[in-house]
Design a binder for this molecule. Structure first.
Ligand code: GUN
Ligand code: ZN
Length: 462
C-alpha cells in the first residue's frame, strides 16, 4: 500500500482506495462496502465504487492502468465529507464566548460590534484564514458562509476558501435597517455591493466557491431591499441563504413589520427558491412548512445554536416528513462548535429530548398538543445523511457532492477510529461508523479530500 505522504499529495494521479467505504443514498438508505473499492480519477471525480474490483478493472482496462493504491486498515473507513449549511465566518473570532443571552440581545451586545470590525481587511484575513482551516480540520468539505456587510472582506473569505481548497457558498451580508448605526448600509449600498461581489466572484472563476445572496434576516432588511435581492438571485440564478423563525421575540417583530408570516415575508420578495436555505426554522407554522415544500427550499438545522441562544427544540422529523429538505449547520458562533460532527451528535440529542417531551408527561411541560406517542427519534445513520447528502441537497449542490455516486466529486473523509483509543475488538462496518459518530472527533479524521485533493493541511496557517 501507499502512504498519503507529501509527494503523493501534489501529484494529480488517479487513485483507488481499498477498504471500508460508507455513504448514504437518502434519509433512510445507508450503503456500505466492506473490503470495497473506490476509484477517483485525476480530475477528482468518482469513477468506480463497489465490492468487486476485478470486475471493475475488466470493464475499465485503460483507466485501471497507473492507479495509485491506498489500502485502509481495519479501523479505517472512507465517508463523504461533512456539509455545514450555515456558518458565520466572522463569528469564529468569538466562538464559545458570549452565549448567555437570547438572539436579539446577543446580536446587539456581541455580534454586531464584532462584525463591524471586518471593515479592517487585515483582521478579516486573519479570522477567515483560521475559520477555513478549522472547519477543514473538522471535515467540512462544503460550507455555506455568511461573511459581513463588507464587500472587500467578503472577497477575502471567498479567496481564502479557494486557496485552502474548500468547497463553499459565500455571502456578503445585507442589512439596511433595525441595525446599529455603526453596522448598517443603505438599500442602494447593499444591492450594489452584492452585485459587485457577484461580478468579482465571476472574475475569480472558481468552480469550488460560489456567491450566495445573503439578506441577514427579515428584521434587518426593508421590503424593498429584500425584493431587490430576490431579483438579483433570479437574474443570476444564485443561491440564497438567510435566517427564519429562530426566536419567538424575533418572529413577533417580523410579523408586526411585514404584516404576514415570516416565510411569506421572504416569499413576497422572491427569496424562497429551490436554491434557498434558511437557518433554524424552529418555530415554522404548518402553512410555512407547506410553502417551503412547494418552493423546494430547505432548512439548515442548527441544534447547538438553538440551545445556546435559547431558541427552542426544532422538530426536524416534522420538516422531513412534510417533504422539506434538511441539512445541518454549526451556526458559529450562536453555536459553540465549528464541527458538523458535533452538530450531528446534538441533532441526535435534540431528537431524543423531543421524544421525551412527546411521550412522557414531564411535570410542568407538555401541553396536550405537544404530545405524540408515534414520534420516532432519529437514528445515527439518518443523522449521518443529514450531515452529508442532506446538506448537499439543502444547498442544491447534490449533483456534485454529498455521497459517492459515480460522476460526483470525491469530497471525502478518511476516518480512523483507533487514533484516540483502540477498539477492544474488531468492529464491523456499522460499528465503525457508530463508534466514530458517538465517540469520535477531528483527531479521528486523518485526511480530508475536496474534489480528490487532500486539503487537511496542517501547515496551512502562516
Ligand atoms: N439572526 C440574524 N443574524 C443572526 C446571527 O448572526 N446568528 C443567528 N444565530 N441568528 C441570526
Ligand atoms: Zn446564523
Amino acid at each position: 500500500g501507499t502512504r498519503l505522504d507529501a509527494d503523493s499529495k501534489s501529484s494529480a494521479m488517479s487513485t483507488v482506495f481499498f477498504g471500508t467505504i460508507v455513504h448514504t443514498k437518502s434519509f433512510n438508505e445507508f450503503e456500505s462496502f466492506e473490503k470495497g473499492f473506490l476509484v477517483v480519477d485525476d480530475c477528482g471525480k468518482i469513477i468506480g465504487i463497489g465490492h468487486d474490483y476485478q470486475e471493475w478493472v475488466s470493464s475499465n482496462p485503460v483507466r485501471a492502468k497507473d492507479l495509485r493504491e491506498v489500502w485502509l486498515t481495519d479501523c479505517q473507513f472512507i465517508m463523504p465529507g461533512f456539509v455545514d449549511c450555515h456558518i458565520h465566518a466572522p463569528q469564529f473570532a468569538q466562538v464559545g464566548l458570549g452565549l448567555d443571552m437570547p438572539l436579539l440581545d446577543w446580536l446587539n451586545t456581541y455580534t454586531f460590534p464584532l462584525e463591524a470590525k471586518f471593515s479592517d481587511q487585515q483582521y478579516a484575513q486573519q479570522v477567515y484564514q483560521s475559520v477555513v482551516h478549522a472547519t477543514l480540520r473538522c471535515g467540512t468539505t462544503l460550507a455555506s458562509y455568511f461573511a459581513t456587510n463588507h464587500l472587500e472582506s467578503t472577497l477575502i473569505l471567498a479567496r481564502e476558501a479557494v486557496r485552502q481548497g474548500q468547497r463553499a457558498l459565500v455571502g456578503k451580508v445585507c442589512s439596511n435597517c433595525n441595525s446599529p448605526d455603526f453596522y448598517v448600509e443603505t438599500a442602494e449600498e447593499s444591492a450594489s455591493a452584492t452585485l459587485a461581489f457577484v461580478e468579482e466572484m465571476r472574475k475569480l472563476g472558481s468552480s469550488l466557491v460560489l456567491p450566495t445572496i445573503t439578506p441577514r434576516f427579515a428584521l434587518s432588511c426593508s421590503k424593498e431591499l429584500l425584493k431587490e435581492l430576490g431579483g438579483i438571485a433570479k437574474r443570476f440564478d444564485l443561491h440564497v441563504q438567510s435566517h427564519i423563525s429562530e426566536n419567538l421575540a424575533e418572529i413577533e417583530m417580523v410579523k408586526g413589520i411585514f404584516k404576514s408570516s415570516y416565510a411569506k415575508a421572504y416569499d413576497e420578495a422572491g427569496l424562497l427558491t429551490n436554491k434557498t436555505v434558511m437557518a433554524h426554522g424552529v418555530h415554522l407554522e404548518d402553512d410555512e412548512v407547506a410553502l417551503f415544500r412547494t418552493r423546494g427550499c430547505s432548512v439548515a438545522h442548527c441544534p447547538a445554536s438553538n440551545t445556546m441562544l435559547s431558541s427552542g427544540l426544532c422538530d426536524i422529523q416534522r420538516l422531513v416528513n412534510n417533504g422539506v429538505t434538511v441539512g445541518l449547520g454549526t451556526d458559529v458562533s450562536g453555536g459553540n462548535s465549528v464541527s458538523i460532527q458535533d452538530a450531528l451528535l446534538r441533532t441526535l440529542d435534540v431528537s431524543k429530548h423531543l421524544d421525551f417531551f412527546k411521550k412522557q408527561n414531564i411535570r410542568g411541560t407538555g401541553k396536550a398538543k405537544a404530545q405524540d406517542p408515534n414520534y420516532v427519534p432519529l437514528k445515527y445513520k439518518q443523522a449521518m445523511y443529514l450531515a452529508t447528502l442532506g446538506g448537499a441537497k439543502a444547498l442544491s449542490l447534490d449533483h456534485l457532492t454529498g455521497n459517492f455516486a459515480l460522476g460526483k466529486e470525491f469530497d471525502a473523509l478518511l476516518v480512523d477510529v483507533s487514533v484516540v483509543e483502540n477498539p477492544v475488538r474488531r468492529l464491523n462496518v456499522d460499528e465503525l461508523v457508530e463508534k466514530f459518530i458517538y465517540t469520535g472527533n477531528d483527531r479521528n479524521i486523518l485526511e480530508v479530500f475536496v474534489a480528490g485533493k487532500p486539503v487537511k493541511n496542517d501547515c496551512q496557517l502562516k
